[in-house]
Design a protein around this ligand. Sequence first.
Ligand SMILES: *[C@@H]1O[C@H](CO)[C@@H](O)[C@H](O)[C@H]1NC(C)=O
Ligand SMILES: *[C@@H]1O[C@H](CO)[C@@H](O)[C@H](O)[C@H]1NC(C)=O
Length: 335
Amino acid sequence: MASTKSSPLTIPLFLTWMILFLQPMVSSGNHAFSIKEATVQDLQLAFEKNQLTSRQLVAFYMGEIHRLNALLRPVIEVNPDALYQADEADRERKAKAPGSLSGLHGLPILLKDNIATKDKMNTTASSLALLGSIVPRDAGVVSKLRKAGAIILGKVSLSEWAHFRDGGVPSGWCARTGQGKNPYNISKDPCGSSSGSAIAAAANLAAVTLGTDTDGSILCPSNNNAIVGIKPTVGLTSRAGVVPITPRQDTVGPMCRTVADAVYVLDAISGLDYNDKATIEASRYIPRGGYKQFLKIDGLKGKRLGLFRNEFFNVGEGSVYAKVFERHFSTLSGD
Ligand SMILES: *[C@@H]1O[C@H](CO)[C@@H](O)[C@H](O)[C@H]1NC(C)=O
Ligand SMILES: *[C@@H]1O[C@H](CO)[C@@H](O)[C@H](O)[C@H]1NC(C)=O
């Protein structure tokens, strides 16, 4: 979260400082490890070095949710079994050889509330109409996450019915928790429909999150909350058990704080699921060994980047947006 100076933002500034002061350091021996802003790799390394347990990690995020949710409102439900699942993960880690566990093992993830979980939590697409409804099984991506050892920490808000209830409803508004707020500036639009996923990732309320996209619902909130979202090709990730808009465009994807984190999540959730026929064709194109092999520090070297400036990035010449945009674009191009 960024700190700010103007008067309507006294509260987030105060909270930012509270986070800095309360930021827990889990220590073992002389080395302290800080959870806040930690990446998937940082967390896995801390697990391996016995500097952190999944229980401590889940407890940390639950504390952050408790402290920040009244202001930012992304989290609808916390999984009552999350600490129990964390203990399971800690036991498994002790029993298995270091490095033998998958990339998401023992890591808490928050799911957009249109993704079904067959557990104690509700799946409502942010609508009161679905409260208490019973889903037949976990969504395809949730089964894959559980197999990858992830801990389902809870459900996060979305623009109600993924913004397809009524075009006039503000982005990020959820019948169950109210208006989701952008942690960088609570007066700014968090965008939707995966608003809760983006807010939660930006505010460090989970290690990683999942969103869904039909026409911009991962991309726009990722942009507005300064996180990394991947909108996968239709069929690369299963839509089975996800409240649908249209099978031609719906897709489930990672929303995370770093590119590498998003890739670890994509590797965990992509692939064949017979409950979504589109995955049969699309899964044939997944490279052997997944996508993480392409995480190279100089991966963009020699690549040509194309930009539709006037169509999509017409941000107003000389404006602060234009300057920020150009700065980030030169980071990509290595200038
Ligand atoms: C936060 O957003 C409001 C509304 O757009 C704007 O007036 C204000 O200047 C922003 N604050 C900062 C520090 O950018
Ligand atoms: C699911 O919704 C019911 C209301 O129908 C509520 O009583 C229950 O607490 C919700 N579950 C969780 C985990 O919040």
